[in-house]
Design a protein around this ligand. Structure first.
Ligand code: FES
Length: 151
């Protein structure tokens, strides 16, 4: 089943096509790792929604990516609790270890690093997501062990 058909099928589960839009964008992004103009057009056509509506929603939410990303996405929290517990030094550590700046992608395309706001795990700071997996109580030692599990 291609993306167009998958989106058409999932839209049947929603009371209206607009209600399926977030799910459809997720499916389109999962296919390529980001939302190209072609992917946005596919969503628009599959749901029969205006392109402006699809793009407006896709650009509103930070979970949708609009440029190619690494195979894995590291989202490291540097908000207050995580910052106090050393998240900013972890950012510097990752820069040195993997040569990746926040917002950037490693040279081998293995992962992208994004700084994010609180992910609701302040009592277990510093915390991050790798793709959809949650990791907490990060240190320079365990963050490498965790990242190395994602090839
Ligand atoms: S401040 Fe990082 S999880 Fe809340």
């Amino acid at each position: 089943m291609d993306i167009f058909e998958e989106i058409r099928a999932l839209s049947e589960k929603y009371p209206d096509r607009r209600g399926a839009l977030l799910h459809a964008l997720y499916v389109a992004q999962k296919d390529a790792g980001w939302l190209s103009q072609e992917a946005l057009n596919t969503v628009s056509n599959a749901l029969n929604l205006p392109q402006a509506t699809v793009k407006g929603v896709a650009t509103f939410y930070s979970m949708y990516k609009h440029r190619p990303m690494g195979r894995h996405l590291i989202q490291l929290c540097t908000n207050v609790a995580c910052m106090i517990m050393g998240a900013e030094s972890l950012v510097d550590f990752l820069k040195g270890k993997y040569g990746v700046e926040p917002g950037g992608t490693t040279g081998d395309g293995r992962f992208s690093l994004v700084i994010m706001e609180c992910i609701g795990a302040c009592d277990r700071a510093p915390a991050m997501l790798v793709d959809t997996d949650f990791h907490s109580d990060l240190t320079e030692d365990n963050i490498v062990e965790i990242i190395e599990e994602y090839k």
